[in-house]
Design a protein. Structure first.
Length: 153
């Protein structure tokens, strides 16, 4: 086992991969005016539109303030709308605009390109093994994550 600061440590490798992946994602997403992470929020809305903002915070596992900032940018670009229902002023409902719905095909194409580049020349069995290992790492980290205090929108 390597030490925590060794270039061969699991932590260093995961950080490097995440940084490289985010940089490439950013370059691709800039083609459609998005920042990394915004596509993940839009993907949630493409699966189920008109969601409470709190549900998006939970699903994306981000701080409420981070999601609020993302939504403000997406709203300013005309991709989403937000409103408080008359019957429950405590929540904010996030919905796709027509422009946000129209972006789906292009983002899916860019996401497929990112997947293709990331997988590179891995064979199908190598990719399956890598995905299995990454899922186990994610489960380990999720089990170790402390419970977050409830946040308000």
């Amino acid at each position: 086992m390597s030490t925590a600061f060794d270039d061969t440590s699991l932590n260093q490798l995961l950080a490097s991969i995440a940084r490289s992946h985010r940089n490439l994602a950013g370059a691709l997403l800039r083609q459609v005016g998005l920042f990394p992470g915004q596509e993940l929020l839009l993907m949630r809305l493409w699966r189920r539109d008109h969601q409470p903002q709190g549900d998006l915070v939970t699903a994306l596992r981000l701080e409420a303030s981070t999601v609020t900032k993302m939504l403000k940018r997406l709203e300013a670009q005309g991709f989403v709308t937000r409103h408080r229902p008359a019957d429950n002023q405590r929540i904010v409902i996030v919905s796709l605009s027509d422009k946000g719905r129209d972006l789906r095909t292009e983002v899916e194409r860019l996401w497929e390109e990112l997947e293709r580049v990331t997988a590179g020349d891995l064979s199908a069995p190598e990719l399956a093994t890598a995905l299995g290992a990454l899922r186990r790492l994610e489960e380990n980290l999720n089990r170790a994550r402390p419970a977050a205090p409830p946040e308000t929108e």
